[in-house]
Design a protein around this ligand. Structure first.
Ligand SMILES: [Zn+2]
Length: 69
């Protein structure tokens, strides 16, 4: 499964799918399995930042494993 974080170009005030607060949304998180879209989440700034950090961490871990292997 892959996750893509897509920043919103315009500012939209809606409920964040992660923390349930109504805030200006910062990004949309897409969950993909190959080419199939499994789901998507609309995220506020702090949740998008947290997911971004997680995705960076995961990418770094995958890279580490590839270098070891
Ligand atoms: Zn949130």
């Amino acid at each position: 499964m892959q996750a893509h974080l897509i920043p919103y170009a315009e500012q939209r005030r809606r409920r964040c799918d992660c923390c349930d607060r109504t805030l200006i949304l910062a990004a949309r998180l897409l969950l993909l399995d190959g080419r199939a879209l499994l789901g998507d989440l609309e995220l506020c700034g702090s949740c998008a930042g947290a997911f971004e950090a997680l995705l960076d961490l995961e990418a770094a871990l995958v890279q580490d494993r590839q270098e070891e292997g």
